[in-house]
Design a protein around this ligand. Structure first.
Ligand SMILES: NC(=O)c1ccc[n+]([C@@H]2O[C@H](COP(=O)([O-])OP(=O)(O)OC[C@H]3O[C@@H](n4cnc5c(N)ncnc54)[C@H](OP(=O)(O)O)[C@@H]3O)[C@@H](O)[C@H]2O)c1
Length: 347
C-alpha cells in the first residue's frame, strides 16, 4: 500500500505471532506509514493481512525488499536477522530487530524507550528490541534504581507459550483439545523447537526456556541478566533468573526479589513505580487486587502488584510483574522505539 505522507515501512516476519502484532500496533498507534511492505519466508508469500482497511499481500523477502524503505521492523528469528539486517542497513533503512542476534553488540543500542530512549542517539542503522521478559523487568526496576539504588535482583518467570511463537500457541491448543477428548498428542515444539526431546505443556510447567549453558543456567536466563545490565547501564548489577514456561497463551508473569541500596517503605516504592511511565500498580491485598495474565493480555502497560518487604533482609522487597509479551515485550516496544526514532530524527 502507498498513499500517505510518512515513512516507508517494512515488517519482516509479518505472519508470525509478533509480526502480526507489529502490523496491528502500527495501525493502533497511527504511526505515520506512507507505505507498508509485509515480508516473510516463501512459505507464506501471498498471504493477505489487514492494515488500515486494506488487505496487504505478504512477499517473500529478497535482496531488493528494502529498497526505498525507511524503517524495518524485524521479527523473523536470529538467522533471518543476521542474513537480512545488513542488506536492509546497506539499502539505507533503519532496522529495529526483535531477535537476540545483535542485542549485546556494543554499537547496537538495546532500547526500552521509557528507560534508556536516550541511547538511541548512537545507532548505526541497527537498533535492538530486548527479550520479552527483560522489557517488563527493566520497566519496574528503573524507577527503583533511580530512587533507592539496586543491589541485586532474583527473578523467576512464568512465561506464556506465545513467547515461543505461533507454533507453540498451536501446540498448547492442540494438547488441550486432545486432553478434553481423552486423547494425547506427541509434543514437538516445547520446551525448545530444535531440541531432541519435547515435553507436553498443557496442564504442565516446564523449567526450561532455550538451551542450557555449561553452568546450568539457560540462554534465556543469561539474556535476562545481560540485557538488564545493558539497558539499566549497570554492568555489575547481580541479576539471577529462573525462566519457566507455563500453559498461558499470552502474558508473562515474574516473581521478583530485589535488594535495594537503601531501605524503603512500601508506600514510597508504590509511589516510585506509579510515577514511572507505562507502569501500572495493581496492588491491594485487602481487595484481593493484583495483576494476572488474562487481565493484562492486549494491554501495553506493565502491571506490578504483590509488593511486600522481605521478612529477613531490611533492604529486600518482593513483587509480581505481568505484561503482554507480544506487545510490551515485542511489538509495542518496537513501535515505541520507532516513534522515539522518528521524533529524534524529524521532531
Ligand atoms: N513471541 C515473543 O513474545 C517474542 C518477544 C520478543 C522477541 N521475540 C523474537 O521475535 C522473533 C519472532 O518471534 P515470533 O514469536 O513472532 O515467531 P513466529 O510466530 O514463529 O513467527 C516467525 C516469523 O518469521 C518468519 N520467518 C521465519 N524464518 C524466516 C526466514 N528465513 N526468512 C523470512 N522470514 C522468516 C515467519 O514467516 P513464515 O510464515 O513464512 O514462516 C514468521 O512470519 C524471534 O526472533 C523471537 O525471539 C519474540
Amino acid at each position: 500500500m502507498e498513499n500517505r505522507a510518512g515513512y516507508h515501512v517494512a515488517v519482516l516476519g509479518a505472519t508470525g505471532a509478533v509480526g502480526r502484532e507489529m502490523v496491528r500496533t502500527l495501525e493502533r498507534h497511527a504511526f505515520p506509514v506512507a507505505s507498508l511492505r509485509l515480508l516473510a519466508s516463501p512459505r507464506s508469500a501471498g498471504t493477505l493481512l489487514p492494515f488500515s482497511g486494506e488487505q496487504l499481500r505478504v512477499e517473500a523477502v529478497n535482496e531488493h525488499s528494502f529498497d526505498g524503505v525507511d524503517l524495518a521492523l524485524f521479527s523473523a528469528g536470529g538467522s533471518a536477522s543476521r542474513q537480512w539486517a545488513p542488506v536492509a542497513v546497506n539499502a539505507g533503512c533503519v532496522v529495529i530487530d526483535n531477535s537476540s542476534a545483535f542485542r549485546m553488540e556494543p554499537d547496537v543500542p538495546l532500547i526500552v524507550p521509557e528507560v534508556n530512549g536516550a541511547d538511541l542517539g548512537h545507532h548505526h542503522g541497527l537498533i535492538a528490541n530486548p527479550n520479552c521478559s527483560t522489557a517488563q523487568l527493566v520497566l519496574a526496576l528503573e524507577p527503583l534504581k533511580q530512587r533507592f539504588g539496586l543491589h541485586r535482583v532474583i527473578v523467576s518467570t512464568y512465561q506464556a507459550v506465545s513467547g515461543s511463537g505461533q507454533r507453540a500457541i498451536d501446540e498448547l491448543e492442540h494438547q488441550l483439545q486432545a486432553w478434553v477428548r481423552g486423547e494425547s498428542v506427541a509434543p514437538a515444539v516445547l520446551p525448545v523447537a530444535d531440541a531432541a526431546v519435547h515435553y507436553p505443556i498443557a496442564l504442565n510447567v516446564l523449567p526450561q526456556i532455550d538451551h542450557f549453558l555449561a553452568d546450568g543456567f539457560t540462554k534465556e536466563e543469561e539474556k535476562m541478566q545481560n540485557e538488564t545490565q545493558k539497558i539499566l547501564h549497570a554492568p555489575r548489577l547481580a541479576v539471577s533468573a529462573t525462566c519457566v514456561r507455563v500453559p498461558v497463551v499470552r502474558g508473562h508473569s515474574e516473581s521478583v526479589y530485589v535488594e535495594l541500596e537503601e531501605p524503603a517503605e512500601i508506600p514510597e516504592i508504590r509511589d516510585a513505580l506509579r510515577a514511572f511511565p507505562t507502569v501500572v500498580v495493581e496492588d491491594d491485598p485487602d481487595e484481593q487486587r493484583y495483576p494476572y495474565p488474562l487481565m493484562c493480555a492486549g494491554r501495553e502497560e506493565t502491571f506490578v502488584g504483590r509488593l511486600r518487604r522481605d521478612r529477613y533482609e531490611e533492604r529486600g522487597i518482593h513483587f509480581w510483574i505481568v505484561s503482554d509479551n507480544l506487545l510490551r515485550g515485542a511489538a509495542s516496544n518496537a513501535v515505541a522505539i520507532a516513534e522515539t526514532w522518528a521524533e529524534a530524527v524529524h521532531g
